[in-house]
Design a protein around this ligand. Sequence first.
Ligand SMILES: [Zn+2]
Ligand SMILES: [Zn+2]
Length: 422
Amino acid sequence: EVIDAGAISRFQQYLQINTAHPSPDYPSAVRFLESVASSIAGIRSETLEFVPGKPLLLLTWPGRDPSLTAVLLYSHTDVVPAEPSKWSHHPFSAAIGADGEIFARGSQDMKCISMQHLEAARRLSAAGFTPDRTVYFVFAPDEEIGGKDGAGALAASEKFREMRVGVVLDEGLASPGEEYRVFYAERVPRWLVIKAQGAPGHGAKLYDGSAMENLMKSVETIRRFRAAQFDMLKSGEKAEGEVVSVNFAFLKAGTPTPTGFVMNLQPSEAEVGLDIRVPPNVDIEALERRVAEEWAPSSRNMTFMFKQKASVVDKHGKPMLTVADSSNPWWTLLEEAVKKANGKLSKPEIFPASTDARFFRELGLPAFGFSPMANTPVLLHDHNEFLKQDEYLKGIEVFESIVKTFTSYKHQHKDDESRAEL
Ligand SMILES: [Zn+2]
Ligand SMILES: [Zn+2]
């Protein structure tokens, strides 16, 4: 089998750019992607900076028929931090392992997709292909810290309205099996900080109403809720995207000293941070009432604040679900394109975490989460994140097929009409 060494090496180069939070090297990432794009005939490039220091690269591959809506191939450029000492290879080395694994932070989430988009365009363009529909490639910052300054700003812009996007492809997840996973919706993120206050006191004294005691009561209640949700997942009754996940992100309390904490003083304040993800069909207002009444009751001297509170419904007030059956032509086209590339899609799912696709679904646009990584363990945000070379290369072929199939679709349909009046 002939390996496209150029494609592998470009992927490695991109992975070697450290775009991890809290200080992602966006300038280098954009410069690199731009230079790759500049070698692809027919593609125009521009950098948009909705927020200073957070550049978004927009590539345009103009279609023959400007009356047709455009296809948006979307990816984010930032990655989550990694702890080098806990990796077998340095997370920004993109070292190749014995079985052809490319080890790097971002190899699955989601620098692979960014480069596969570009490589697919490179191959199609070199073969003389010109799309009928315009194809946009967006490489956006900020996804891992909320997306407001990246996809959020783009989706809210006049520029985006002018782009007349008709369908969006964003990230999915790796799949350990043969079939590619695909996502038509996602859980809504609710990041919650609960704060307890209480009387301070001597560490030897037993009394009611300390901040710690108030907080730990909540922690117990939250843990019971978490366990009940987790049980439905463990029993197989529900899928990961169908239960509410609640995880403890941090606990903060105590009176610090240079060597640790004061041990014989009960603190007057204590906090817990929670990462909560809510399926689109769950009554989120009921959950918010539960927070106010049971998890952070003011009667127990507690307050709470949502640090991330994404929208639950789209601009028409409808739940943010993209139709994933034959009534949505984009779904049919996606199935067809993947099949043509000798791949198979598994049953469409609700994405268990969150992606920037929500900013586009919020506008009422159809958006699918799809990362062509079969036979691959799910390692996003984990140690030793990797993608094998052959899976990466197969993914390029899948995107070639998608670009051809999507852009050759000539009909305007309901989505396009509703898009036009935005
Ligand atoms: Zn991602
Ligand atoms: Zn991520």
